[in-house]
Design a protein around this ligand. Sequence first.
Ligand code: HEM
Length: 474
Amino acid sequence: MIANVILRLLEKELMSVKISTEPMPADYDYKAQPDSTELSHIPGTFGLPVLGHLPWVFNDLRALSNKLLDKYGTIAKLNIAGSKGIFVSNPDVVQAVFLDRHRNFSNEKAMENNIGRFFSGGLLLIDFDEHKEQRRLFQTAFKNEPMKQYVKQMNVIFAEHIQRWGDVDEFKFFPHIKQCLLTTAASIFIGVKSDEDVEMLNRNFIDMFEGMVGIVQKEIPGTKWARAKAALRNLKDHYESLIPLRRDTEVSVDFLSYLSKEKREDGSYFSDQQIVDHINFLLMAAHDTTASSLTNILMELAKNTEWQQRLREQSLAMDKEFIAYADLDGMVDFDHVILEAQRLHPSIPMTWRRSIRECEIEGYTIPPNTLVYMPLLYNYRDPKWWTNPDQFDPDRFSTQRAEHKNHSFAFTAFGGGAHKCIGMHFAKAQVKCFLHQFLLTYRFTVSEGYNPKLMMIPMPKPKDDLPLILERIQ
Ligand code: HEM
């Protein structure tokens, strides 16, 4: 621990990032610039023709990160299907890029040619002043009173689903939790409750997510991409049709109502287009991350049954069927389990930005408009910051050990800086409410020697969808 702190101070001296601290010239249109790919001075290669490192990113991002960063140090070239940039893991760089006090890194330009094709206008894809203004749109929806209501709503939906699962033959957790969280999201995010509407959302979501990762990325009839784009239009039309209804309701109980009623500083409503884009992104950002998080938590608890029992005993001691919003803060061991599962199996294993002005990273000059890929997962198992990094050990997050404080940007499961996850508390509330009920209803295990292949894209989870053996307790 002390050695790590000294190491960190020495590294700070070496300063692995030098960025411009001058204000950006007012007439400089960084959005009009193409990506810069002249990176011949950076170690490594751009991988295969056309695909670059894409197959390895898809197949095993962790193995690729270990291979490139262990071979070249903390910086290397990376090419994802023609989007060429640098691959850099150092937490000091993550810190400089996330905090970005001097506006050197753009989200919009980094993401427009990938997730931007389906989620443009989402909060994560907006830069600087515009981002700051639009983040205000969410302020009421995440306050304590609405949060208390969401917790009540999610508890009821979770109970219905969890009770049914004990009767399912060959139960696989992932598809069931996805369905359960979609029903929860439809109700809490957009106020949709009928089975028919939830089914419609489900169908369109599946088409959209399957098509988004298709190889052919053109709207050619019959392709998955065309189906995905059609699904996106259906979803957006549906959200838009709900806005006037939600604005008219007296009492808000869902996100869409809060967003529809939120006003700008000048007293006007945010536009329908903005609200639709935000809801579209929010549902994606909330849904898969939490489904993946819960799947990985249950995988670890099924393998580490002493932790499963420790949490169950804490739930039993609370002596209530459903927890309330006020209970959440006291569930500290649950927090540590959530963080530890994120450390081992992060829902967001990598993020990226595009530089706006020339900077220096790890001693290399990085031209303006360069894609900066940050494989956050690399830092989460770096023995420099963690003891026995491959081991499931939630107590490492305890106040006494606090390994995550060895460097404040070595663990960024919920991001950092202006774009830090706005739904972090909501996500933790969902996971805790779910775990509480699930632990009280079932004891669960996996088969002897269970060691599944893990996938990372589109979401980190065991490839076999986590077959669980459930033993009903009540
Ligand atoms: C375990 C669950 C979750 C994890 C691990 C997670 C992680 C993250 C991370 C790492 C970022 C920042 C990405 C970057 O800077 O490139 C982020 C942003 C965001 N997340 Fe989450 N998230 C989770 C759940 C949620 C939920 C439940 C919601 C909504 C209720 C949500 C809404 C958002 C939004 C809107 C942003 C963009 C914020 C901004 O740009 O200002 N997330 N999330």
